[in-house]
Design a protein around this ligand. Sequence first.
Ligand code: AHR
Length: 514
Amino acid sequence: MAQTGAPDAWIDVSPEKAGAEISKHLYGHFIEHLGAVIYDGIWVGPDSRIPNTGGIRTQFIEDMKRISAPNLRWPGGCFADGYHWRDGIGAPEKRPRTYNYWQHSMPAGLDHTETNRFGIHEFMRLCRLIRADPYIAANVGSGSPREFHDWVLYCNAPAGTVSLAAERAANGDKQPFGVSWWGVGNESWGCGGDMKPPEYAALYRRFVTQFPVYPPRPRLVATGPRAHSRDMDLGWTSGFFEAMREHRSPVNGFSLHFYSDFRNGKGRAAAFDPAGWYAVIREGMRTAEVIGKHWEVMSRFDPRHRTKLVVDEWGVWYSPGDEIAPRAILSQPLTLRDALHTAVTFDAFHRHADKVAMACVAQTVNCIHSLFLADGEKWLRTPVYSVFEMYRPHMGARSVPLIIRVDEIAAPADGASVRMPGLSGSASLRDKTLTVTLTNPSLDARKKARVRVTGGTIAEGRGQVLTHENMHAHNSFDRPNEVRLAPLPVELRGGNAEVVLPRQAVAALEFHLS
Ligand code: AHR
């Protein structure tokens, strides 16, 4: 259908300037022993009526495979610094029942003792079923270098070497697990030990010195800042790297936690006004600034940038009260607003593809910024899942510069108004396929956008869109497909493309260049 009138937005894309690879690991996941994430969300047990593969919810495996989930971070989170890996091996009925850090958050009368039914063997089986890389967060807060090194040996030592390899084999896995990504603690400034940077840096060095050398090549991730603090916690970053100066311990990754923290906000997860809508999306857009600021500090100590950022917890976190079940603490409904937040966050990751090695959404199921909600036999994919699905072609492609010219939005905010970008977007190239993703945050105006490609012409194009007439729309167990993907018409004109982006929408466009 011909679209008349001048475009509202001009999108200039330069595939000939394709830069850094967008690591597939930017689309990673975080799962923790917290509420109903592991137990019920993922692990239902082999005797469950819920379809399962050796105890793991089959639907979870299938849906994660569909988005090519590249990695899984486990077992926490705050839980990691109280977790002793030996509690989770051996005959399930003999495993100890231990204290779970998150127990203090459970409503009275609900027991959340850790059964240790899901341990390292179950986790590795899950990774293999999904074809995701394991990323293990080790216990620094209440553990020791020896416990850490033993865990690495248990996971990676080949059969026939150390006794821990024989123990692993006796527990059912002769072949090494081959874990490359190791997080050395979690939030060591808070639940991971309440430390100052020099204290943590000294411990970090003791943990990574004498790290067992069995393959694969280790990627060691140090605890980084609480970047959603008012000052972005830049002091943690400078304090850590200052304390590491003149030491030789490798730091391959530096973790950054950036929640869009609305726990004290006026609105709720699925009940908010237009100001609340825009505030969440603006906070997602701030991801780029946060990455840039920490990178700047890191440059002072590490000009060659041997250390990359690992954003291993990100998402929007609302105030409690909308949990899907009492035991599913920190679960919340995810609306169309959260889908747009996801899209603008990925745009920021793509723009900083040279700086960010990995990112893990917090958390994949039944907690904070989830792709799935599960309660017994009930299961749904949230609108956040749809964005992971739409953005999949960016994984492993090369980031391409994209310039957007469009009027800003004057967004309502606490009785006043603030200006924010009228569109967000990013682009990537794989062979001759150009992917352009665009987000229109406006609650009022659709935008006709003209996409122009320098150094090439668009020979074919197609699009997909995620939107809904109701800004609060979300999927529920009764209406699991309320917010869903739909085709978006793309019109080609003289080597350029034109699309009409509905208001409050995310679009993914795929172009074949000639
Ligand atoms: O994702 C929930 C919690 O948020 C994690 O356990 C912790 O690392 C962070 O504070």
